[in-house]
Write a protein that binds this ligand. Sequence first.
Ligand code: SF4
Length: 324
Amino acid sequence: MSDKPNLDILLCAPRGFCAGVDRAIQIVDLALKKYGAPVYVRHEIVHNKYVVDGLRAKGAIFVEELDEIPEGTEAPVIFSAHGVAKSVPAEARHRNMFHLDATCPLVTKVHVEAQRHAEQGHDIILIGHKGHPEVIGTMGQLPPGSITLIETVEDAEAFEPRDPDNLALVTQTTLSVDDTSAIVLVLRSRFPSIAIPKKEDICYATTNRQEAVKVVAPQVDAMIVVGAPNSSNSMRLVEVGERAGCPISVLVQRADDIDWSLFANIGSLGITAGASAPEALVEEVIDAFAERFAVKVEIAVTAEENIAFNIPRILRELEAAGSR
Ligand code: SF4
C-alpha cells in the first residue's frame, strides 16, 4: 500500500486548446513545411511559451512588429490568432511581404461586426482589456476614435456617448462571462436602444472552460489552471475558480512552477487549462502530483466540443496529404 496521501483529481472537460489555437499552430507548422525555415510570426502565435518555444525550435522567428523583418525577405509572415489592426496587412502589402493570417475566425467575426456597425453609423463600444492584442486588433479595424473601450462596470457607469440612441456593442472573445454580463446590464439600462450581438462575442471555448470551472471548483480543495499569465482566458479561469468558492485557485505555467506549500494539506484538486495551453503541460502537472500523492483522476465533462476551423487554402494540400 502506498504511503503517499490520497488525492482525488477532477479534470475539467473541456480544457486546453480551442479550435482557433489549434488552427493557428497548424498554420505555422504547415508554413514551415511548405516554405521552409524561417517563417516570421508577428506576436506570439498563441499566448503560451511552451508552444512558442516549440515552433521557434522548428524555425519560426517571432517579432512584435513588421519592421523587425528584413527588407526583401521571401519568407512568409504569419499574423497571430489574436488578430491584427487593418494597418498591419496594409503595411505587409506595401512592403511586398507574403502574409498568412492565423486570426481566429471568431475574432474575425467581431471585426466584421464592428465594421458593419460603423457602416450603419453607430458609435461603437468594445468591452475588453486595454493593451490586449485582440483589443488592439479590433480597435484597429476602424479609424482612431471610432471605438470606445470599456473595461469595467465603473467605465460603463461613467461613459458619456455623443449620441445615446445610436450605440452598438462588441466584446473581446476571452472575457469573463459574468463580468461582461454585469457591464452589459449597466449599458443596457443606461442606453436601452444599444445594439447588442444576438449571440455573445465571448467565444464558445472561453464560455465552456469557465462553465467547467464553475462546476468543479466548489467540489475541490484547490484549483490549478495550466496557462500563461498573458493569456486572458487563462487568467479569467483563475478568477472563476476563486469566485466559485475554491480556497486556492492558481495559475501554473508548467510543473516546475508549482508552489507545493499551497497543496500540502489538500485531498482534492481540480485541474483545467486555458485555450492556449497544450495537453502535454496538463499531463506534466498530473505526473508531478502523482510523485507526491496517490492520485485518482476523474474527468468532469460539462460540454462536448467538436468545432474545427479551416486553414488557409494555400496550405490545405499539405494538410490533406497528412504531412503535419
Ligand atoms: Fe478563437 Fe476563442 Fe480560441 Fe480565442 S479562445 S482563438 S476566440 S476559439
